[in-house]
Design a protein around this ligand. Structure first.
Ligand SMILES: C[S@@+](CC[C@H](N)C(=O)[O-])C[C@H]1O[C@@H](n2cnc3c(N)ncnc32)[C@H](O)[C@@H]1O
Length: 249
């Protein structure tokens, strides 16, 4: 991957959790805010990606930037994942505390870990069968996070990413971005009691994250293969999947 990328090209939202505990501040309201901003549509996206994750063959799944556990809850509720091991991770202790409460009934197979998706030295190389990250890549340095996913995955292991994407019809995409730019900060300010900062990061992340095709190419450039994507809601978000190359005999 080119090292000439600007900071914004590497980290669409130009967000660094070390400088701003914004997700800690909104953790208690995060799920309701998702409903407000997406008119509830995020539930369809999460259900879809959870089904994709559950349908993959894995014994150990690592979910990065897991937030309040909204997706992992759906993955673990799928009967096919019984007895499989899940590591749900995030950099925000407040988000993880909510995830812990919501996922209490799955504590036998689930562990919650404080991990920076960009650098996870406590996760051994080639140790994870499937790695998922949803709505998190646009707010971190995605190149570092993808490299780290590639490192921890077992050869042949699966990457699944749900992330903001692009509506193929440019005018419609522009109208969507305008709606986001006008409504999101105002709604965010109202819904979060005067703290709209999270949503200015997310807005920038949505605007500057690469298109589905460009992101697929980035995954190939990093060394993944079998890269595929599926657009949801006309392309407002997309699910990308990819495989870490198997070891050649
Ligand atoms: C938009 S939320 C998405 C949460 C969840 N995946 C979902 O879809 O509901 C983004 C999450 O990424 C976390 N995060 C931000 N930077 C991170 C990083 N470098 N490593 C791991 N998590 C990070 C935040 O704390 C937050 O919980």
């Amino acid at each position: 991957m080119s090292t000439d990328d600007t900071a914004a090209q590497q980290n669409a939202a130009e967000f660094a959790w070390q400088n701003d505990d914004v997700f800690g501040r909104i953790a208690a309201r995060y799920d309701q805010l998702c409903d407000v901003f997406s008119f509830g549509i995020h539930r369809l996206w999460k259900r879809r990606v959870a089904r994709r994750i559950a349908n993959e063959e894995w014994r150990t799944l690592l979910d990065g930037a897991t937030g309040t556990g909204d997706i992992i809850l759906r993955v673990l509720a799928d009967a096919s994942t019984q007895g499989r091991t899940v590591i749900a991770s995030d950099v925000s202790t407040k988000m993880l505390a909510i995830a812990e409460q919501r996922l209490r009934s799955f504590q036998d197979t689930l562990s919650l870990r404080l991990l920076d998706a960009e650098n996870m030295p406590s996760i051994p190389t080639d140790s994870i069968d499937a790695y998922s990250i949803s709505l998190g890549l646009k707010i971190c340095n995605r190149h570092l996070a993808i490299q780290e996913a590639l490192r921890v995955l077992t050869p042949g292991g699966r990457l699944i990413v749900l992330e903001a994407s692009n509506i193929r019809w440019k005018l419609l995409h522009r109208a969507y971005l305008t709606y986001m730019a006008v409504c999101m900060p105002a709604l965010g300010w109202l819904a979060s009691g005067g703290d709209a900062s999270a949503y200015s990061y997310l807005l920038q992340g949505v605007r500057d994250f690469p298109s589905a095709e460009q992101f697929a190419q980035e995954l190939l450039n990093h060394g993944f293969e079998e890269v595929e994507f599926e657009r949801l809601s006309l392309g407002i978000v997309a699910i990308h999947s990819a495989r870490k190359p198997r070891k050649r005999p």
